[in-house]
Design a protein around this ligand. Structure first.
Ligand SMILES: *[C@@H]1O[C@H](CO)[C@@H](O)[C@H](O)[C@H]1NC(C)=O
Ligand SMILES: *[C@@H]1O[C@H](CO)[C@@H](O)[C@H](O)[C@H]1NC(C)=O
Ligand SMILES: *[C@@H]1O[C@H](CO)[C@@H](O)[C@H](O)[C@H]1NC(C)=O
Ligand SMILES: *[C@@H]1O[C@H](CO)[C@@H](O)[C@H](O)[C@H]1NC(C)=O
Length: 223
């Protein structure tokens, strides 16, 4: 019985290790040379579908993996949004500082389904994410990365303007064709075409190309 139990725990441990190594990317040798405050606003609406939302989390993990994470290094916040009453902060800038803890927390985010109220998502970020009490620092650059695949059901012009007026640099990753989400909408959120990235399909969220480009923009100060 004892032997069987031991074997069982060994198998369980091996499986857990395997599960963790499959969902958490390995550390990289080269990360961003300076710390930033980096918040993600992720569309958790119906159009993503379960597998697309998993890919979106992989995308976020790939981007954060390009930074040295920590209380005194890069801090990361994560917010999802869908329905009118659904804007959820999953990670504040002053939580889950370490790499494995943060990557685990991102992987554990549950998919909402629902509508696409991007304006309210942006308002939630402005009201909550970039506050000093929630971990924003006054001596680091602030970045917001919005990930969406659909036109918003509410106004985004004003919420996007207000966020940028707080000194936050906004990047947008749009998933889909022009018919799904217009280039003009993405540019309105980001404030410039230079900070718009488009992927024609959710499958491409798992590629490293765009996380790398975002990292280069942020870390080389090209935005
Ligand atoms: C971060 O810096 C503060 C202030 O210097 C210090 O108290 C804290 O221990 C540092 N945290 C880590 C993880 O090094
Ligand atoms: C992330 O931080 C929260 C708040 O401190 C904590 O409850 C949670 O357990 C942390 N997540 C992980 C994976 O450690
Ligand atoms: C943001 O704050 C404003 C002003 O307090 C409030 O009217 C609005 O409902 C808040 N929006 C969200 C999405 O938190
Ligand atoms: C910047 O943040 C530090 C640490 O929270 C605080 O002590 C300091 O007063 C802040 N400075 C300004 C100009 O707000």
């Amino acid at each position: 019985m004892k032997v069987a139990l031991g074997l069982f725990s060994a198998i369980l441990a091996a499986n857990l290790y395997l599960a963790a190594s499959q969902t958490i990317p390995p550390p990289l040798a080269v990360t961003c040379p300076y710390p930033v405050d980096l918040v993600f606003l992720i569309d958790s609406s119906e159009s993503f579908r379960t597998s697309g939302f998993e890919d979106a989390k992989t995308f976020v993990q790939s981007v954060v993996n390009y930074f040295t994470l920590g209380e005194n290094d890069t801090r990361v916040g994560v917010v999802t949004y869908s329905n009118r009453d659904a804007q959820d902060t999953h990670v504040k800038l002053n939580e889950n500082y370490t790499r494995v803890e943060l990557l685990t927390e991102i992987r554990n985010i549950i998919y909402d389904r629902g509508h696409t109220f991007t304006g309210l998502g942006l308002d939630h970020v402005r009201n909550n994410s970039f506050l000093e009490i929630n971990g924003r620092r006054n001596n680091t650059l602030d970045f917001l990365i919005v990930l969406t695949d659909d036109e918003s059901e509410d106004d985004i012009v004003r919420p996007a303007q207000l966020i940028r007026q707080m000194g936050i640099t906004v990047f947008v990753v749009g998933v889909g064709e022009e018919a799904d989400i217009k280039q003009a909408t993405l540019e309105t959120i980001a404030g410039t075409p230079n900070r718009v990235f488009r992927l024609s399909d959710h499958d491409f969220l798992t590629d490293d190309e765009h996380p790398k480009s975002i990292r280069e923009s942020i870390c080389n100060g090209e935005y």
